[in-house]
Write a protein that binds this ligand. Structure first.
Ligand code: ZN
Length: 316
């Protein structure tokens, strides 16, 4: 990492305030996530979100809940979202310098930096804060550059696609979970095929062959002789935010964003492990919808649950 960590002042203030509030209320350590994006190897932090659930929490240690971290991550489109973590050392009055990166903090950062180099770790005592990244397994302090007004505009370009794909499979009779897993593999393969003939224009990506007339997101499973026929039909408007001048990154990001959306809808729409397909004539799952909301300072993905999630009809 060559430059500083760019941090919007409101985000910096937000994490100091959160740490201070938790310290006053309970004396405990506070944890939260840093949200933004990377350009090259430099992190941009535009927002923070405090953890609300903890694995454990005390004055000298705390662990975030992995489920909550996954939920926070799923709220943002590809290339935007969690770029780091912050936590507090609320024992300023007990020591000369409460801001340091402990061995535990190194271990926590190591699990994240494995996924993203230059994943940031901010440590605060509630009054001041310091930034760290991992270098050769060791914490290295990096300079924060506090910017009054930091936004996505002018730094990342937005690309959208408008697709209505359908995916069909016929399988030996099996479980709903196995059908969903097979569908996910099929989606991944079909997307790779569509991508080979995709084109990128200003602000949009065209993916040929993914345009049925579907208007909502639905999974249908029906018996077909001694087999199961599954049909997944979707209407999606994925958006990705990519640094200018990298068309191949646009395609890679949009492919992964579409896959993220479909996996999310299948997971969130219904619980496949709770569906018993024995003797079923027709199983229909309405998967709800996802859309991008261009909120400030970062765009968010909004999920809308279906009114009636599943309909299951068995042989009389
Ligand atoms: Zn610590």
């Amino acid at each position: 990492m060559t430059g500083p960590a760019h941090i919007r002042r409101a985000a910096w203030r937000g994490l100091l305030r959160h740490a201070g509030d938790v310290a006053r209320a309970s004396g405990f350590e506070a944890i939260g996530w840093l949200l933004g994006f990377f350009i090259g190897d430099e992190p941009y932090v535009l927002d923070v979100v405090p953890a609300t659930k903890y694995g454990h929490q005390s004055r000298y240690g705390a662990a975030a809940d992995p489920g909550e971290e996954a939920e926070v991550a799923a709220r943002y489109p590809r290339n935007v979202g969690i770029v780091g973590i912050y936590h507090s050392h609320p024992f300023r009055e007990e020591t000369r310098h409460a801001i340091f990166h402990s061995a535990t903090d190194d271990a926590t950062l190591k699990t994240r930096a494995a996924r993203r180099e230059n994943y940031l770790s901010v440590v605060t005592d509630g009054r001041a804060a310091e930034c760290f990244v991992l270098r050769g397994g060791q914490p290295k302090e990096v300079e924060p550059e506090i910017v009054e007004d930091l936004s996505i505009a002018g730094r990342l370009e937005k690309f959208t696609a408008n697709i209505a794909p359908t995916f069909s499979l016929v399988l030996e009779k099996t479980t709903a979970s196995e059908i969903v897993a097979s569908l996910e593999r099929k989606v991944s393969d079909d997307l790779d095929r569509a991508l080979a003939s995709a084109s990128v224009e200003t602000g949009s990506v065209t993916l040929p062959g993914l345009d049925s007339k579907t208007i909502r997101n639905r999974l249908l499973i029906e018996p077909s002789g001694d087999r199961h026929r599954a049909n997944l039909s979707l209407r999606l408007e994925p958006a990705v935010y990519v640094a200018p001048g990298d068309a191949s990154e646009v395609l890679r990001a949009i492919r992964n964003e579409i896959l993220d959306d479909i996996v999310f809808l299948l997971w969130r729409g219904f619980d496949a492990s709770a569906v018993d397909l024995e003797g079923v004539e027709r199983f229909e799952a309405n998967l709800g919808s996802l859309r991008i909301h261009g909120s400030s300072p970062l765009p968010k993905k909004l999920y809308r649950a279906p009114e009636r999630a599943t309909i299951l009809r068995r042989r009389p």
